[in-house]
Design a protein. Structure first.
Length: 274
């Protein structure tokens, strides 16, 4: 009888043990399925490329981009220590020059544009030695550095409001807005980038940055055409103190701001000619 009780106790203990093992196995399978499901969903945000296509882009990236941006895309290439501004850290998923709303990832067209024409005032030169297909092959490599591309999609480009003709009235209106929105605190009253806050500016990673000097003709980072400057006022510059004014200013007012900051270059020329 005692033996039977012991045997029954062992049997019950074994059942409990097996139940625990089965429960753990079920949980493990569920978590695995969930993780693979999330991974599949994440990968669905990116356009699939073949291993051969990716390798082609990676080889081009290592040849032309890694010296500054690093092989892992973190902005710490062998030349990065000697560069200012610092090379873009692609792992952050933050891009300054875009045609879509603030906070969005850039469109493919945005990335191609920046690679093709470069960024004034930085070490990012125009890579016009590359064919369009070569540039396109690098895009999946850039996107592979940040998980942001797995879970988010770029928002559509903003619609440019119709530009008014620049007049003394639009320039005067732009100057009023420049003062009201306190642009002078960073960019200075005369647009030289020497405002009272300009000496303490940092990006989101605590790296010191400079406010743009509007009196430098044709040296805008995102392009010097009126529409390029309009986009900076509209989309902001991710990762920097430069905000978007899309929700604060009308299309007309943003064009007036464009006309005013463009007039600062002419004012500088006029002073020199005097």
């Amino acid at each position: 009888m005692v033996y039977l009780n012991k045997k029954e106790g062992i049997s019950k203990g074994s059942n409990i043990c097996w139940k625990n093992i089965l429960s753990s196995a079920i949980v493990a399978v569920f978590v695995t399925i969930l993780c693979f499901g999330n991974l599949a969903m994440a990968q669905g945000k990116l356009k699939p490329v073949s291993e051969e296509e990716f390798k082609k882009g990676k080889d081009l990236y290592n040849k032309y981009c890694a010296a500054c941006h690093g092989e892992e895309g973190n902005g710490y290439g062998p030349l990065s220590g000697a560069l200012y501004p610092k090379p873009r850290d692609f792992t952050k998923g933050q891009y300054k020059i875009r045609s879509n709303p603030s906070g969005s990832l850039p469109t493919d067209a945005d990335l191609i544009h920046v690679i093709s024409v470069g960024i004034h005032g930085t070490s990012m030169i125009p890579w016009d030695i590359l064919e369009l297909d070569q540039i396109k092959s690098i895009l999946p490599v850039l996107k592979s550095f940040s998980e942001a591309w797995q879970y988010r999609e770029p928002e559509p480009s903003v619609v440019l409001g119709r530009e008014m003709q620049a007049t003394q009235n639009t320039i005067a209106r732009g100057k009023v807005l420049y003062e009201q929105k306190e642009c002078w605190k960073c960019h200075g009253e005369t647009g030289h980038g020497d405002g009272p806050s300009s000496y303490d500016l940092e990006d989101e990673w605590a790296i010191p940055i400079q406010a743009y000097d509007f009196t430098r003709e044709g040296k805008y980072k995102g392009g010097a055409a009126n529409k390029d400057i309009y986009l900076r006022f509209t989309t902001g510059m991710n990762g920097t103190p430069m905000p978007s004014f899309a929700n604060e200013l009308s299309d007309e007012d943003r064009w007036c701001m464009v006309h005013f900051v463009k007039s600062l270059t002419k004012q500088k020329k006029d002073r020199h000619e005097e």
